[in-house]
Design a protein around this ligand. Structure first.
Ligand code: SF4
Ligand code: SF4
Ligand code: SF4
Length: 251
């Protein structure tokens, strides 16, 4: 069964425990935001952020782990894939650094590791090793108000609709992520419009791969060949750097 995270904006107090525990779990540094990046707190070292809106509204931002992810479809070397458990995972060994995934993501999630000699794409992994192990993600476990919770996607959607029904007027009558672009594994309940989390306020329900796949198929074979060349060069550079690292360790 596919897992998911449900974040209820009305319960979030902006304590940042979810951000801190994510950093501690993955040894992510406290970095300086780049001026050219989106001012949303996400970076290669910050896989989740809490945005603040007027009226003391706090909104967690992280990868939405789309059911039909555009990032997966556009990757020319299969470095990203959707798992049965729900997480969208990334394989740095395959990545050739083209950054198509960054352009394709409708929520502006993947970030590039600008500071590293061999940069990677980084983003929330829904704590995949933990959920594979029957545990919940670090951030949902750490949240003191249960503003962000983990469970079966179907059960969380039912819970979200139950809250909307039981407290009329408290929420906008919508579960964000239930249907948009084919659905996501990170869902939201909110009393404010969350259209600002995506590039367009209303993305529609059509999965983005239905639109990106024909475009990718139209990429000329010569360009695909260039992709292969870049991949080869990337592999050689990484191998050299690995060897260099081993040599330095031996000295
Ligand atoms: S939110 Fe973006 S990066 Fe995350 S799965 Fe969807 S398309 Fe991929
Ligand atoms: S699910 Fe895991 S990786 Fe994603 S934000 Fe939460 S703690 Fe970080
Ligand atoms: S830990 Fe929970 S309450 Fe605190 S900022 Fe994160 S989602 Fe909000």
């Amino acid at each position: 069964m596919s897992k998911a995270i449900l974040t209820d904006i009305t319960k979030c107090i902006g304590c940042l425990e979810c951000v801190k525990v994510c950093k501690n779990t993955y040894g992510l540094e406290y970095d300086v935001p780049r001026t050219w990046q989106k001012n949303d707190g996400l970076s290669a070292q910050n896989w989740t952020a809490v945005l603040q809106k007027p009226g003391k509204k706090y909104i967690r931002k992280q990868c939405r782990h789309c059911l039909e992810p555009a990032c997966v479809t556009v990757c020319p070397v299969g470095a990203l894939h959707k798992t049965a458990e729900g997480a969208v995972m990334y394989d740095s060994d395959k990545c050739l650094g083209c950054r198509y995934c960054m352009m394709a993501c409708p929520y502006g999630i993947p970030r590039y590791d600008w500071d590293k000699p061999v940069p990677y794409i980084r983003k929330c992994i829904m704590c995949y090793p933990k959920i594979k192990n029957g545990e919940q993600p670090a951030c949902t476990a750490a949240c003191p108000t249960e503003a962000t919770i983990f469970g079966e996607r179907d059960a969380l959607i039912a819970e979200a609709h139950k809250r909307i029904k039981e407290t009329p007027g408290k929420y906008i009558d919508k579960v964000w992520g239930e249907h948009e672009i084919g659905g996501t594994s990170v869902l939201y309940l909110s009393d404010i419009d969350l259209g600002f989390l995506s590039y367009q306020p209303h993305l529609g329900n059509t999965p983005l791969p239905n639109r990106t796949e024909p475009a990718m198929k139209a990429v000329p074979i010569a360009f695909a060949g260039m992709g292969g060349l870049m991949y080869g060069l990337n592999w050689i550079i990484r191998r050299r750097m690995d060897k260099q690292g081993k040599k330095e360790n031996e000295e």
